[in-house]
Write a protein that binds this ligand. Structure first.
Ligand code: DC
Length: 225
């Protein structure tokens, strides 16, 4: 069976990782959450008081960072220099800084190189903000996901609650609005829909319907090639 690259981009908390996980389980594809990689770098900078305005300090820190995504019992966990940081990278301190960190050119260059290497052999579903536009502009299937902002905030709030992370709904909502603004307006690789991406608004469709739509699209793309 031919393997392809599925690139999923879209706003914060619109269910990209849920869709990517569902595709990964349905097709046996490797799932790469690029947001987790940017979050792990942000956590390292926070822990080491890295001055993100100082290019030399950033460059030095990047040399000491090894991020890695591991699947344990079917779930993906983010590791930073061998430590499982999956819960910590979802908290508000990282969420409040990650958009500034991911706008730094040196950070993007390092992450994009890793992401391209991981996707070399295809059979990958990758989610983020610039996957269809920058990381894999030649991906066979590109999805641009979106949904109603209020629904997104409530979903993220519930997700955090389930993970035992305490945050007020209004802080979660403010963080999403701010990140969407920063991510869409930055100079380097801003969040944008690739011209050949399929737009899916999942406000009023179920998880199962969304997966069925994407599996049908994958089937078409695999036959096209
Ligand atoms: O997918 P996420 O919400 O966990 O991503 C966290 C942040 O990382 C997001 O606000 C912007 C940044 N990001 C990025 O700039 N490029 C990507 N490909 C993925 C994430």
């Amino acid at each position: 069976m031919k393997k392809i690259i599925v690139a999923i981009d879209g706003h914060s908390s619109c269910g990209k990782s849920t869709l990517a996980n569902d595709i990964s389980h349905a097709c046996g594809y490797l799932y790469i959450s690029t947001g987790s990689m940017y979050r792990a770098v942000t956590l390292y900078f926070l822990r080491h008081d890295t001055d993100i305005k100082n290019p030399e300090a950033v460059k030095k820190a990047l040399h000491n960072i090894d991020t890695d995504l591991r699947v344990i019992d079917g779930e993906t966990f983010t590791f930073l220099n061998g430590e499982n940081v999956e819960t910590e990278i979802r908290g508000m301190p990282v969420s409040n800084l990650v958009s500034q960190v991911s706008a730094i050119p040196a950070v993007r260059t390092a992450m994009v190189a890793q992401q391209r290497k991981i996707g070399e052999n295809k059979g990958v579903v990758m989610d983020g903000r610039d996957i269809g536009t920058v990381v894999f502009p030649e991906a066979e299937l590109k999805i641009f996901l979106t949904s109603d902002p209020n629904i997104r905030a409530i979903r993220r709030y519930r997700e955090l609650q389930q993970k035992g992370i305490i945050a007020a709904l209004q802080d979660v909502e403010a963080n999403l609005t701010q990140r969407d603004h920063l991510d869409s307006t930055r100079t380097n690789s801003p969040l944008a829909k690739a011209s050949d991406a399929v737009l899916i608004d999942n406000t009023n469709i179920s998880r199962e319907e969304q997966l069925a739509m994407v599996l049908a699209l994958m089937d078409c793309r695999m036959k096209e090639g």
